[in-house]
Design a binder for this molecule. Structure first.
Ligand code: SAH
Ligand code: SF4
Ligand code: F3S
Length: 442
């Protein structure tokens, strides 16, 4: 059997694509290895959300190219994912040792590509499609990462064109996968022992908007998945603030398997900055949405994403981001300094760019605020008993612990000498650290 190594650099969608690529490759006689040095085929599944992730991808294949030149002339190298979709044939110019470039639209062409490169051809497959490739997807088993959670993409692409963001260019227009294929993938995952299904999309609340022949939206999909037999949880990410409907919130409250967790990126606390980002809401509107979700969904965790140093952002506007985190009691946020991306609108506003050191300094202050609020949010649960789905058994600083997550997505560490991975356990929360709760089995 030949061996394949895939380095996965991006978001959950990117990880889900890697699992699908592994599945196809194992169907065609490849076995996964954790060690790129012993692989016959090495692939990088790239992310272009920031310049740094793009640079990392090119430096990694640089190393592989060197191996090929000096000691492994038969090594095959594949460049896949969002940077591939964006750069296409240009990758060959920059890295002539690459055997194939595979964009995000046609991952199910991988088996044909492998045949061609094994015949000595070089292939670039980055054709955009306006359809989903569900018919092809259903032909292959997905080789999922060993975990309790299974990712299932429900929409691909994005139509929002936020002025900073590359995703609409790397993933194309928004397309919904059919409920039939999603339900099939969910059933397979549950049969294979997965205890949690996470539905993925750049904008999950848009699910089904593009169906011409039926009226079927995210709330309906959640209902159909909730009706499947078995003891498992359902999550969904990411929500675009103004697309969260009352029906969706009510469905989350009503359905027992759907967890009390919303990821609702705000990006900036300043209405003026939000306008320049082409987000379709202002600070007040975001506030109302968060308040509505909190009022209806007991113990809900709401997380967000923020960017510091967007072109033209003033110190006062940045401070509005800090106050938003406090005022809306956001439980946790992902943060990043603005990185200009080729093709996007904001990347052309070079005269408004903020100095690197100012961006970094703001990022540090933002991270401090996130840390403070995460701890505050965790403290609410000390003394409570919560259901935890165990994900790991590990030795943490000399002690055996099991770790897992509550329904509302809080990480919990529990001292325990046995591996209880995959079990739902009732845990008494006894204390908290910044990023996780501490508990005891009861
Ligand atoms: N669809 C999601 C976000 C997907 S991208 C949404 O609309 O919220 C994930 C995160 O990366 C974004 O939320 C944003 O915070 C960050 N991001 C995107 N482009 C960026 C850029 N050019 N520089 C810095 N961070 C960026
Ligand atoms: Fe990017 Fe905006 Fe689409 Fe999210 S909604 S993927 S930030 S363009
Ligand atoms: Fe994901 Fe990065 Fe692409 S965040 S969609 S892998 S640009």
């Amino acid at each position: 059997m030949k061996k394949v190594y895939i380095e996965t650099m991006g978001c959950q969608m990117n990880k889900s694509d890697s699992e699908r690529m592994f599945g196809m490759l194992s169907h065609f006689g490849y076995e996964q290895t954790e060690n790129p040095k012993e692989a016959d085929l090495v692939m990088v599944n790239t992310c272009s959300i920031r310049q740094l992730s793009e640079d990392k991808a090119f430096s990694l294949i640089g190393v592989w190219g060197q191996w090929k030149k000096t000691s492994k002339p038969d090594l095959k190298i594949g460049f896949c994912g969002c940077v591939a979709q964006q750069k296409m044939k240009e990758v060959f110019k920059r890295a002539p040792y690459v055997d194939f470039v595979l964009g995000t639209h046609k991952i199910y062409s991988l088996p044909e590509i492998i045949k061609k490169i094994n015949n000595g051809e070089r292939v670039c497959e980055c054709t955009e499609t306006n359809a989903t490739e569900d018919d092809k997807a259903s032909q292959y088993e997905i080789d999922r990462v060993k975990s309790v959670n299974a990712w299932i993409p429900i929409t691909e692409g994005c139509n929002n064109f936020c002025t900073y963001c590359i995703v609409p260019y790397t993933r194309g227009r928004e397309r919904s996968r059919t409920p039939e294929i999603i339900i099939k993938e969910a059933k397979d995952a549950i049969t294979n022992g997965f205890k949690e299904i996470t539905l993925l999309g750049q904008n999950v609340d848009s699910y089904g908007k593009d169906f011409k022949d039926r009226n079927y939206r995210l709330a309906q999909l959640l209902r159909d998945l909730n009706n499947l037999e078995g003891n498992f949880r359902i999550r969904f990410v990411t929500s675009y603030p103004t697309d969260i409907t009352d029906e969706l919130i009510d469905t989350v409250v009503e359905l027992d398997k759907v967890c009390e967790y919303f990821h609702i990126p705000m990006q900036s606390g300043s209405s003026e900055v939000l306008k320049k980002m082409n987000r379709r809401y202002d600070r007040e509107t975001y506030k109302k949405i968060v308040e509505k979700v909190r009022a209806k969904v007991a113990d809900v965790t709401i997380t967000s994403d923020f960017i510091t140093g967007f072109p033209g952002e003033t110190e006062e506007q940045f401070q509005e981001t800090l106050t938003a985190i406090d005022e809306f009691e956001l439980d946790y946020s992902n943060t990043a300094a603005y990185s200009p991306r080729e093709k996007t609108v904001a990347a052309k506003w070079t005269d408004k760019f903020i100095d690197e050191d100012v961006k970094t300094e703001r990022l540090a202050r933002l991270n401090e605020k996130v840390r403070e609020n995460c701890l505050k949010s965790n403290q609410k649960y000390v003394g409570r008993t919560m259901e935890v789905l165990i994900e790991n058994f590990e030795n943490h600083k000399g002690k055996n612990v099991i770790t897992g997550r509550t329904r509302n997505n809080k990480i919990v560490h529990i001292p325990c000498d046995n591996d209880r991975t995959g079990e739902f356990l009732n845990v008494k929360i006894t204390g908290t650290k910044t990023w996780y709760l501490q508990g005891e089995l009861i």
